[in-house]
Design a protein around this ligand. Structure first.
Ligand code: HEM
Length: 337
């Protein structure tokens, strides 16, 4: 990506971060504290993202549906294809995270919309995040910090924190219940937060989105996962994209009055209707360690006109750490795997 665009995106993310100042002070955690704590808990890997370090850039195209247009004026849903800069990654701070573990996969997207507008999102392969509030997330990271003597987290500390904050165990339980994804292209990705979709009449519909693989989900048996080894996802993605089979339907699950729309750990009730907002097709995959996504931070408060944030405290809490994280890794020399 040209440097000027990277800088302008960082600036737009910072503008979003400025929005945060209207939130109560209790909802804020200093972004540098988050970044320092990621490094203390998971190790410091210079140049890499502090979360989702092992990743690969791709580009694609999104075409919005008539149902999408009915719910939002966002130009992403115009029906004309819009270019998307995607990044697929494995959860965690290690650039050597195993591809064959029952862990998190990510799909981050930047829609490059007409008129220089952008829409950024970082989606995860679980319907819930691992904490309900920024303070709880920081506390969880602190509880997992290795003891310098044993080089491992103190199990007693981990237990005490988790017992007092049971929400932090929900995501791990979900991953344990799922098979290892066969591919970046065969797993559901959730936005986790609620957003409001605003249409031409000014009607506001809150919902939570899911990117569902067009060909269905596909997991590996434990035996298959073992045979695949710790590093198969990038080549797999290249092969599947070359055969034109990596596509996702962007579904919006519609909230009803009374539903929780302020929590990343409480999904909407299962029976809420899902609307198909359009289809994302991944067209090509960059060489390892290259591509436009390398210098982008996918900041979920960078939204187009027609989509608005909810009051989920975890959503606004992401704005500043992503910008600070981008600054740290660009300063160190951005790396990908
Ligand atoms: C206060 C809460 C959070 C903090 C402090 C945090 C922090 C970070 C940081 C520092 C990065 C690396 C950014 C970069 O270097 O560009 C990152 C990446 C990521 N985060 Fe979070 N995060 C938070 C919450 C969440 C939540 C709720 C989700 C759920 C959707 C999420 C999903 C992701 C994804 C998908 C990536 C990888 C994006 C990419 O490929 O660039 N994060 N996070």
């Amino acid at each position: 990506m040209p440097k000027a665009r990277a800088v302008s995106l960082a600036a737009s993310a910072l503008a979003g971060a400025a929005l945060m100042t209207s939130l109560p002070a209790s909802a804020q955690v200093d972004p540098n504290r988050f970044l320092d704590q990621f490094e203390a808990t998971f190790g410091k890997f210079e140049g890499y993202r502090r979360s989702g370090a092992k990743g690969i850039c791709a580009v694609g195209e999104f075409t919005g549906s008539a149902e999408g247009r009915a719910l939002s004026t966002a130009s992403a849903f115009s029906g004309k294809p819009v270019p998307v800069i995607a990044r697929f990654s494995v959860g965690g701070a290690s650039p050597k995270a195993a591809d064959n573990a029952r862990s998190q996969r990510n799909m981050a997207l930047q829609f490059n919309l007409p008129g220089g507008e952008t829409w950024q999102m970082g989606n995860i392969s679980a319907p819930v995040f691992g904490a309900a509030t920024p303070e709880q997330f920081l506390g969880r990271l602190q509880s997992l910090q290795p003891d310098p003597a044993t080089k491992a987290a103190d199990p007693a500390k981990v237990k005490v924190f988790a017992e007092a904050n049971p929400e932090v165990l929900l995501q791990g339980r979900y991953f344990a219940s799922q098979p290892v994804p066969a591919s970046f292209g065969t797993v559901n990705y959730w936005g986790v937060h609620a957003f409001a979709f605003v249409n031409a009449k000014g009607n506001k519909q809150f919902g939570k989105w899911i990117f569902e693989p067009a060909g269905g989900t596909q997991g590996l048996s434990d035996e298959e996962a073992k045979t695949k080894g710790p590093s198969f996802l990038f080549d797999d993605l290249r092969q599947r994209v070359a055969s034109g089979s990596v596509a996702f339907d962007f579904k919006l699950q519609l909230a009803q009055p009374g539903d929780r729309i302020d929590s990343a750990v409480v999904p909407l009730p299962d029976d809420r209707r899902k609307v198909n907002m359009g289809r994302l097709v991944i067209k090509s995959v960059a060489a390892d360690a290259a591509g436009e996504c390398l210098t982008i931070t996918y900041n979920p408060i960078v939204l187009p006109k027609g989509v608005e944030p909810s009051t989920d405290p975890m959503l606004s809490a992401r704005a500043a750490p992503y910008v600070v994280g981008l600054g740290r890794r660009l300063g160190e020399g951005a790396k990908q795997q």
